[in-house]
Design a protein around this ligand. Structure first.
Ligand SMILES: [Zn+2]
Ligand SMILES: [Zn+2]
Length: 178
């Protein structure tokens, strides 16, 4: 069982390594680093100035980068949306997931840059979306990483840890899927 991280579009390599280290610890699995793949031009919605999250996720699943890995997480700086939603921090499919760093930085909210806050958010969103690929649904516990978040305040309220109910399922889920 291994996870691969794939930058979609330009991403600071230091932040990718930070995610790689954190995810390795949280999931106790090997986390590989894939090569950058481009943002699919067809996913760009000029009217919204955002990318369609489903289409970006799909481009990840077609990428040769992820062959041989059980789970893939695409990481992009692009702002993502789903039809009917103003934006999403990330989405997950059955094996692949995607997060956007776009709304995780303090300057997006007109606040001074804070690398610690940004990194914590990136890890929380990455663990959350990968958690879905391990078969976890949303959790009622507002501190649990699997709690749904629709605002940055909700992301900040939870941490990168699974609650006592979700945690064993990250590992038990494997048997279900495979
Ligand atoms: Zn979710
Ligand atoms: Zn939970």
């Amino acid at each position: 069982m291994s996870i691969i991280l794939v930058p979609i579009g330009k991403i600071d390599p230091g932040e990718m390594r930070m995610l790689q280290g954190s995810l390795k610890t949280v999931f106790s699995r090997n986390v590989a680093m894939g090569k950058e793949i481009p943002l699919p031009a067809t996913a760009w919605n000029a009217g919204r100035s955002q990318y369609d999250a489903e289409m970006v996720l799909e481009s990840l699943s077609f990428s040769g980068e992820i062959a041989g890995c059980d789970r893939a997480l695409g990481v992009t700086d692009a702002d993502l949306y789903l039809p009917g939603m103003n934006f999403v921090f990330g989405i997950a499919g059955r094996r692949n997931a995607l997060i956007s760093l776009h709304r995780l930085r303090q300057p997006f909210y007109n606040l001074p840059e804070d690398t610690g806050v940004f990194r914590r958010r990136a890890v929380v969103e990455a663990v959350h979306e990968l958690g879905h690929t391990f078969g976890l649904a949303h959790c009622e516990d507002s501190r649990c990483v699997m709690c749904f978040s629709n605002t940055i305040a909700e992301t900040d309220r939870k941490g990168p840890a699974f609650c006592a109910t979700c945690r064993p399922r990250v590992f038990a889920g494997e048997a279900e899927w495979w």
